[in-house]
Design a protein around this ligand. Structure first.
Ligand SMILES: *Cc1c(COP(=O)(O)O)cnc(C)c1O
Length: 431
């Protein structure tokens, strides 16, 4: 397989190339350990002198094949699967930052990541400054400190679906000698490949579209191999100076463009152990094989539903970057020309009570605290995740009390529109 193949082909075939008489589908290597007949060979594996499998916490053939597929999809040099999207973002940053360091993140990011950075990283001695992603390059540059080690953002923010100006962030990060890490969960590499816009490292919660069927929690980190750690070696001692836990080996010197993922695997995964099970990696691969087909359908159905909502008199507003009316539409046309994702937010007239009657009247669209898979689902923060807050407190927290988050699945778009229409009518008739 080469990177010249289109994304749909890579989804099916990249990462695994069976020989004569070998299984066509990636086998599940359900084994914790691997057998060797020479003590010396096993020793070389431990010294990272030879490559080979010896313990699944470090590497497993099923996981490696699936990681290689995702690396090919993103156009990176290597990838590592993790047990969840949370652990992917944790490892991606912690592979570069340690106690006493600082990093910059955009503020419009997934709530779990916001907590990880703002609360848990703080406890670990890593300071995070959150910046408005629409701020100018000069304003973002003002957040840098001598100990800043990376910049982080989401291509499309969860749940707000705001579009990130990746090139702008890459310019600011690189002019300060640090990499840009992008969480590309919502667009997937089918809709956007951040490395083409200057990002250095990409992460995913594979729990969302990559799996796509609500089957397994998982994550992945992909490295472009493009960031020159040695050019700012004093900032990245973990990569550019000898690792005592590997007999003084230096990752950048020994592994070149593979340094970042090799360190994440052989050091962080060895010590922290948040691996994805081979069984889950197998399920993830089944999702990946149809990713290009599914994402196209999510894109098309979401746009159809968004246009329907926009035209409905009971709907106050719709936020979906593929709509011309959306404030991020120009950015979406640049970074996500084929479509953004299946997630949108909208608000209906009539407050919480009306919203609840509307949601209770839905039949196909289900109420779920999840997004981005084959099932269409809806969530009303004022009635669910933020229900303890008054309308005034919600507005102070930047959440419109009428906001609903809608994730369009793989059902027929016309059936979804009929379901939403009927539920709006049912709610309105009780007024
Ligand atoms: C869901 C999500 C995560 C966290 O992933 P888990 O697999 O739930 O741990 C991180 N980033 C984004 C953008 C997400 O949507």
């Amino acid at each position: 397989m080469t990177k010249k193949n289109s994304v749909g082909t890579l989804c099916v075939q990249a990462g695994y190339n069976p020989g004569n008489g070998e299984p066509r589908q990636i086998p599940i290597v359900q084994s914790t350990t691997f057998k060797y007949s020479s003590s010396d060979q096993m020793g070389r594996l431990f010294d990272l002198e030879d490559s080979g499998y010896f313990y699944t916490r470090l590497q497993n053939p099923t996981n490696d094949a699936v990681a290689a597929k995702i690396a090919a999809l993103e156009g990176g040099v290597a990838a590592m699967l993790t047990s969840s999207g949370q652990s992917a973002n944790f490892f991606a940053c912690f592979n570069i930052c340690e106690a006493g360091d600082h990093m910059i993140s955009t503020a419009s990011i997934y709530g779990g990541t916001f907590n990880l950075f703002g609360v848990t990283f703080k406890k670990m001695g890593i300071d995070v400054t959150f910046v408005d992603q629409n701020a100018s390059e000069e304003e973002i540059a003002a957040a840098f400190r001598p100990n800043t080690k990376l910049v982080f953002g989401e291509t499309l923010s969860n749940p707000g679906v705001r579009v990130l100006d990746i090139e702008k962030l890459a310019r600011v990060a690189h002019s300060h000698g640090v990499p840009l890490i992008i969480d590309n969960t919502f667009p997937t590499p089918v809709n956007c490949r951040p490395f083409e816009w200057g990002a250095d490292i990409v992460t995913h919660s594979t729990t969302k579209y990559m799996d796509g069927h609500g089957v397994g929690v998982g994550g992945v980190i992909v490295d472009s191999g493009n960031f020159d750690w040695e050019a700012n070696a004093e900032k990245f001692p973990g990569l550019c100076t000898p690792d005592e836990s590997y007999h003084g080996l230096t990752y950048t010197k020994k592994f070149g463009r593979m340094a970042y993922i090799t360190k994440a695997t052989s050091q962080l995964m060895r010590d922290l152990g948040a691996i994805q099970s081979p069984q889950n990696a197998f399920y993830l691969n089944l999702g990946l094989q149809s990713l290009a087909v599914r994402v196209k359908r999510h894109n098309e159905s979401a746009l159809k539903v968004a246009k329907f909502l926009e035209a409905n008199p009971l709907v106050k507003w719709v936020r979906f970057p593929d709509l011309e009316s959306d404030p991020d539409h120009a950015l979406a046309q640049k970074y996500l020309p084929g479509g953004s994702c299946g997630v949108m937010s909208f608000a209906i007239e009539g407050g919480r009570e009306f919203a609840n009657r509307f949601m209770d009247s839905l039949k196909l669209v289900t109420i779920e605290t999840h997004v981005a898979d084959c099932y269409t689902c809806i969530l009303h923060p004022a009635s669910h995740t933020h229900r303890q807050l008054s309308d005034e407190q919600l507005r102070e927290a930047g959440v419109d009390p009428d906001l609903m988050r809608l994730s369009i699945g793989l059902e027929d778009a016309d059936d979804l529109i009929a379901d939403i229409t009927a539920a709006l009518e049912a709610a309105a008739s009780q007024n």
